[in-house]
Design a binder for this molecule. Sequence first.
Ligand code: UDP
Length: 327
Amino acid sequence: MLTVLLTGGAGFLGSHLADGFLARGDRVIALDTGSQKKIRHLRRHPRFRLVVDSVMNPDILDVLAARADLVYHLAGIVGVEHYVGDPYEVLNVNVNGTQNVLRAALKHGRRVVFASTSEVYGKNPAVPWREDADRVLGPSTIDRWCYATSKAAGEHFCLAFRRLGLVVTILRYFNVYGPRLDQLDVGRVVTIFMGQLLRGAPLTVIGDGSQTRCFTYVQDAVAATIAAGVTAAAADQIINVGSDVETSIRELAERMIAIGGGPSTLRFVAQESVYGAGYEDVARRVPDVSRMTAILGTRAVTPLDDGLARTIGWFRRQRADGAPDDA
Ligand code: UDP
């Protein structure tokens, strides 16, 4: 039985990862400052513990890293509205919080899995991206790029700590979605479209909707993420985690309407009208998943229609039960 520390353990990916480790029979310590709604179902679980504190607090990290066998660093500020709304917070937490976690893990000799992002590749047009692909970002005057920069700085810290003896795996996630994602109408495109879909309002497709993403169902991401922490060959590796099935945003909107039903239509909007001038879109985002398959032994197998049906069903049940949107 492992004791696994999950920073950001009450978040979207963290809560699902907690479920995954608990199902294996492991113990989970979740460190999180945020809402506890996503882990409400675990409150009385005998092998789950929530610590309400921050990765900005080195003292708590020291205590918790001493107790854990394995550390997942998932805590971070994510979501385009934060990148353009509060870049300071993004940079501060993602860069300085990551250093704190790595320092504590190194001190106690714990292995680390760091949750990075496909956003680090930026707008490199040469898809699919292998893990050694270039990072192609816009200017620092575009706030959007602060997230990619902060996560890439976190990766550099991981590699620097590796030289000091830390065992670390870096995972770059590709548009993970599923139940418990964000609150309706905010955060990532799936929850923005979801809020609109459930109200029967038009889905706001930015631009012409030809931009693509590879949407990865959370259960598939969790399988890869657990493997990254418990597979010897994953140590000291950088690995893309995602589906390699490319879907345009227009198609995503159409499929959500087809699956969810209701009167929603598509409404094409200019990007400035949603995120202002601090935003620049990524035209295509596609991983090369050969390392994930070879090293982690997992694949993103959930078809988009199935994953969307489960996600729409979950959000619909939350609303019917009168629970808060991000419960
Ligand atoms: N998007 C959209 N309508 C919205 C919100 C987002 O068309 O209301 C698009 C956005 O322009 C991007 C894609 O959906 O091309 C994915 O956006 P998200 O914010 O989920 O994250 P990203 O993949 O860009 O990091």
